[in-house]
Design a protein around this ligand. Structure first.
Ligand SMILES: Nc1ncnc2c1ncn2[C@@H]1O[C@H](COP(=O)(O)OP(=O)(O)OP(=O)(O)O)[C@@H](O)[C@H]1O
Ligand SMILES: [Mg+2]
Length: 349
């Protein structure tokens, strides 16, 4: 019969594509058991749902299949614990997050629904409640925070840690602010995305923060999963639009975050209605009720409905968000109320 040691030796050639080391050396191969010609083992992954799992399982099967006397191979999958992750990524042990009390990820399964716009305005509204707020643009594919806040400066570095840029009472970091000469440190293609995000979360001198608001890219891919895993005590704010088509994607994202035991604070419906100057009646351009429907079926509270407003869009283009140019407007109050509700839900002293 083949020994556990022989299995271990055989699997040693399989490397994690992101970490570029042997799965065995990374401690990702666990609970090997051999019974006659049947081998069972567990593969512990840092990104359980990521694209690499299938190819890794296939490779493990291949190398073990070549061993004499092995006829069946069973590979179980498990997610690494937070402690495992910290050991695995010592350079990004998330030291920068030590004094960050709460993480609030702004997410949506869908693109273009206004995540970045809401992340910025809600971050500003939280700051107006007297909280210390950071803003991390985790959209590694298309960082838009620098444009929406008109940020041109590059963050300074100190002992291999980045110092966030301050504007409008926020401490801000975005991949879009990092000079191209410094970007080699952040390779954000394919499986490296997770690494880049952990760096953005942890290798930043955030200092003392009540909330770090994280603007997520669209979708439920690696970046969202990485943020979800990095913040076991984090919360998520889901953004949706009223249309039915948006809801399916948002539902998928809700399921994903629930799977990672993240606290979803609630939903915000963006582009809910349009205030027509002539009638002062709200016009539900996209048909109403998507947010309410989702709230009902998911049991998540609807924290607010933000109208379509020229000032919101223009604020994004000009670098002066509505919560800076018109915090006391009607829409400003809507953002402020959403911020207050978030504080009621998550404010761990
Ligand atoms: N309530 C609103 N009223 C008017 N314009 C808005 C509103 N919300 C967002 N926008 C505009 O819609 C566009 C998309 O918004 P935003 O970039 O915030 O979406 P996103 O979900 O972050 O997109 P992506 O998925 O690409 O990251 C922007 O031009 C923004 O200014
Ligand atoms: Mg965005």
């Amino acid at each position: 019969m083949i020994s556990e040691q022989q299995i271990r030796e055989a699997v040693k050639v399989v490397k994690d594509p992101e970490l570029r080391k042997s799965l065995v050396d990374l401690g990702m191969i666990r609970d090997i058991s051999v019974e006659d010609d049947r081998v069972t083992l567990t593969l512990a992954l840092n990104i359980l749902k990521g694209p690499k799992k299938d190819s890794l399982v296939a490779e493990i099967r291949k190398v073990l299949g070549h061993l004499p006397g092995v006829s069946s191979i069973e590979v179980h999958l498990t997610a690494m614990s937070q402690t495992d992750l910290e050991q695995l990524f010592p350079a990004q042990a998330l030291t920068g997050l030590k004094r960050v009390k709460n993480l609030l990820a702004v997410a949506s399964g869908k693109g273009g629904v206004g995540k970045t716009t809401l992340a910025i305005n809600i971050a500003l509204a939280l700051a107006r409640e007297g909280r210390r707020i950071g803003l991390l643009d985790a959209d590694v594919y298309g960082p838009s925070v620098p444009v929406m806040l008109d940020l041109k400066e590059h963050p300074a570095w100190e002992n291999n840690m980045m110092i966030p840029v301050e504007k409008f009472d926020l401490r801000i970091i975005s991949l879009g602010m990092i000079a191209s000469s410094e970007k080699q440190a952040f390779i954000w293609r394919g499986p490296m995305v997770g690494k880049a995000i952990r760096q953005l979360l942890g290798q930043v001198l955030w200092g003392e923060l009540d909330f770090l608001v994280v603007d997520l890219p669209p979708g439920t891919g690696d970046p969202s999963i990485t943020v979800a895993q990095a913040i076991p005590k984090g919360s998520v704010l889901m953004v949706t639009t009223p249309q039915e088509v948006a809801l399916a994607d948002v539902r998928r994202a809700i399921d994903l975050f629930k799977e990672f035991n993240l606290n979803i604070v609630g939903l915000v419906e963006n582009m809910s209605y349009f205030m027509c100057g002539h009638t002062s009646e709200p016009i539900e351009i996209f048909g109403g009720g998507g947010g309410a429907k989702l709230s009902e079926e998911s049991g998540l509270p609807l924290l607010g409905a933000v109208p379509i407003e020229l000032k919101i869009g223009l604020g994004g283009d000009s670098g002066t968000p509505l919560m800076v140019s018109a915090p006391d407007s009607e829409t400003g109050h809507i953002f402020q109320n959403i911020a207050r509700k978030i504080l009621e839900e998550v404010d761990h002293p």
